[in-house]
Structures are given as structure tokens and as C-alpha cells.
Design a protein around this ligand. Structure first.
Ligand code: SF4
Length: 403
């Protein structure tokens, strides 16, 4: 539930409500807030979601996801891209990568197309005998940076306003924490991008000039071809991706961190544990431990994968690779607002990291449940409940990978 504050605008006072969506978590939570309030005000039909597509430099599936999210709320979806060329064309032409102080990527790839669609949406209104009122919504949060902290949650955009339109910018989740964002997404039950389950903290460009070092290294591991393309361009233009880190530094760090974790693993880099429909014992939810799962292979009570060969005592990351999907009938974890969501075939979902253990079936004594004990000694959420509810009842290949 969004708390109305002095900075919450009256949505019914606007002719156009534009939601800028990158497809990422903040956009997603913001979309839920805006659509909930617009529905309540009876103006849901005035909402348009705009996704400024960045081409192959953004995470695969982002445009499709942004569309799916808009369709979930029954609102109009529009996709635009910079007609004069995408990001790497710009970098090539300018001979420089964007940076925090020269962030031409955002102004050209996102703000420019947003201005154009505002013009289009206002034109569609016809003659109103007054300037059209436009609410331009963005998912910026204060805790992301000092520059964002200084922004007002509701402000007049004089540069975008004209005699034909008055444009206000609204940041509906400006004061939210990351936890609040995820809570809202879980409550909504709307799918989010799988890159988050693969260790990324932000979306948009996979290799963003403003990303954290950890995100860049992880992205280079997940998208090595793209990282290599960036490194080639870096050499061609003779300008480092970032002052503090070149793309070739990032690729080297990505390879080194894979090598370190592989060296530390006591078993092969990937150990397949079995295939089947993923469930977990009821007590895991009741106790909040969420520590073990099992894989069903058929309708009978004995149709379970047994984990007799699992490398008990080894450390690693438990990953479910989705092979086949179906809706889950699980009621979810109501106290936490967690509900099952249906993943995509091929999605790789990290369930957790820690030390492998198995537990026996009470009737047969066979080890049909497998789990990980986390390193930090916590009692709850040994595996990630959000990831578990993404896999529930899905046919997966369960793998132990080097952490
Ligand atoms: S995600 Fe990063 S690199 Fe991509 S457009 Fe935004 S600021 Fe620029």
C-alpha cells in the first residue's frame, strides 16, 4: 500500500501519466504504485509505460519483460529507441565512453525519446483549450546516490513544459529502501528480471559505466561476448571504459574470480544433482528455515530423486536451471507476501550458497532432501525464499556450482 504524502500528486488532475520503465526492479515497484493509485482514481486509461530500448547492450529479455509488466496492469505500452544510433554507435562516434559527469547516454538514449513520446501523447489528446497536464513518473530512489537524494519527489519540468503542455516529474518511490522495493514486487506477483537471481543488483545496460565493481565483474562473467565487444571498442577508440577500471581489467577480474572460486571448490565446477519438479517440505516454510528442497519425478510418494551421490560437506552455489514450466498451485508465504511466479525455460535461478547437506525421507530413510547450510550461521532463509517461489513446481536441473 502506498502511503499518500504531500508529494503524492492527484493523478486525476493529469491528462497523461507516463511511466518510464527500464524493466528493472525500481521501475517495476514504481509501476505497481502508479497503477494502483491510477486505478483508485479511475484514470488507469491515462497511464502509458515507456521503455527506451538499448538494444543488445541491455540484459536480454528486458523489453519483453517491460511489456509483460505493462500488460499485467492493462495499460498502454510503448517502446522507443534513439533513432540516430544506439549506445555503442554513440561511443564510437564520440570516441569516449559516457561517465558520471558526461552522462550523454541517459540524456540521448532515454530522456530524448521520453520527450518525443510526451509530444505524441499530448498531440493525441487533440485541442483541450488549455495546456495538457503531463505527469512524468520515474523510479529514482534517494539512497542510490547523492544526486538522487537531492532531487525533489515532485517538481515542475520547465524544460519539457511549453505553451501546449505542463510537465511535472514525480518520483513515487524516492524515499524507498531496496527492501521495500523487493517487498512490493513480491506482493505484486509480477515477474522480475532473472539477472537479479544471477547476482546483479541493477538492470538496464549489462555493463553500465556507473555500476559497482562487483556488478561489472558479475556482468562480464554472465555476458563474456558483450564484455569482449566493449574491450575491442575500448582499444579502437583509445579511451578507457572508466578512469578506475578498463574493460580489459574487468574481464581479467571476472576470469580471476571464477578461477579462485573453482580452485576453492572441492569438486568439479558443476555437479548435477538431479532433475525433477522442485518442491520443499512444508516445515521449511513453517519454521522459516527454507533449508532443503526435493525433486519429484512422478505422481507416487516414492517418485523422488535421491541425493546419495550429492557432495555432502562441499561448498557451492545451488542453481536451478528451468527445463519446463507450469503454473504453481502453492499458496505462497502469506506472512511475507511471497507468491509463486512462473519462470522462463532456460532461466538459471540461484537458490543459495553454503555447504551441502542432505536429509532422509522419514519413511524410506533415503536422502531425498538436499540443501545448503549458509556460512553466516543464520537460522532462517538458508535458501533464498524469493528464488524458491520462482521455481516451485517447475521442472529443473539442480546443479551445485562453484560459489
Ligand atoms: S545504464 Fe548506465 S551506461 Fe546504460 S544508459 Fe544508463 S547510465 Fe548509461
Amino acid at each position: 500500500m502506498h502511503t499518500l504524502t504531500a508529494d503524492t500528486p492527484d493523478l486525476a488532475a493529469y491528462d497523461v501519466i507516463l511511466v518510464n520503465s527500464s524493466g528493472g526492479k525500481d521501475s517495476q515497484a514504481m509501476l505497481d504504485v502508479v497503477c494502483t493509485l491510477a486505478q483508485r482514481a479511475g484514470v488507469l486509461d491515462r497511464v502509458t509505460v515507456l521503455h527506451c530500448a538499448l538494444g543488445h547492450v541491455e540484459w536480454p529479455g528486458t523489453s519483453e519483460l517491460a511489456r509483460t509488466q505493462a500488460e499485467h496492469y492493462g495499460v498502454r505500452y510503448e517502446e522507443r529507441h534513439r533513432e540516430q544510433g544506439l549506445l555503442l554507435d554513440q561511443v564510437c562516434r564520440r570516441g569516449k565512453w559516457p561517465s558520471a559527469s558526461a552522462r550523454y547516454c541517459t540524456s540521448d538514449q532515454k530522456r530524448g525519446p521520453a520527450r518525443k513520446i510526451i509530444t505524441q501523447l499530448v498531440a493525441e489528446l487533440g485541442d483541450l483549450d488549455r495546456p495538457a497536464r503531463v505527469l512524468n513518473c520515474m523510479g529514482l530512489r534517494a539512497e542510490e546516490s547523492r544526486a538522487r537524494l537531492r532531487k525533489s519527489p515532485l517538481s515542475r519540468d520547465e524544460a519539457a513544459s511549453s505553451g501546449r503542455r505542463i510537465v511535472d516529474t514525480w518520483l513515487p518511490i524516492h524515499d524507498w529502501t531496496e527492501d521495500q522495493v523487493w517487498q512490493r514486487i513480491r506482493q505484486s506477483g509480477v515477474p522480475y528480471h532473472p539477472a537479479y537471481d544471477q547476482g546483479m543488483t541493477r538492470l538496464s545496460c549489462s555493463l553500465c559505466v556507473l555500476a559497482s565493481r562487483a556488478d561489472l565483474i558479475r556482468a562480464a562473467q554472465l555476458r563474456p561476448d558483450l564484455a569482449a565487444e566493449y574491450a575491442t571498442l575500448e582499444t579502437e577508440i583509445g579511451h578507457r571504459f572508466r578512469n578506475d577500471m578498463s574493460m580489459s581489467d574487468i574481464i581479467t577480474a571476472a576470469a580471476a574470480s571464477s578461477a579462485v572460486s573453482l580452485e576453492g571448490a572441492e569438486h568439479a565446477a558443476v555437479v548435477e544433482l538431479g532433475q525433477g519438479q522442485l518442491w520443499w517440505p512444508r516445515f521449511e516454510r513453517h519454521t522459516d528455515r527454507y533449508g532443503t528442497i526435493f525433486l519429484c519425478t512422478g505422481p507416487d510418494s516414492e517418485d523422488y530423486v535421491t541425493f546419495e551421490s550429492a557432495p555432502v560437506g562441499s561448498r557451492g552455489r545451488l542453481v536451478a536451471v528451468v527445463l519446463e514450466t507450469r503454473p504453481s498451485v502453492h499458496c505462497g508465504d502469506l506472512t511475507r507476501g511471497l507468491a509463486p511466479t512462473t519462470p522462463a525455460v532456460g532461466e538459471e535461478i540461484t537458490l543459495g550458497s553454503g555447504t551441502v547437506f542432505t536429509e532422509p525421507d522419514p519413511d524410506t530413510g533415503l536422502p531425498t532432501a538436499v540443501g545448503l547450510v549458509p556460512d553466516d550461521g543464520r537460522d532462517e532463509d538458508w535458501l533464498d525464499p524469493r528464488a524458491l517461489y520462482r521455481c516451485h513446481n517447475q521442472t529443473v536441473r539442480l546443479e551445485l556450482r562453484a560459489a
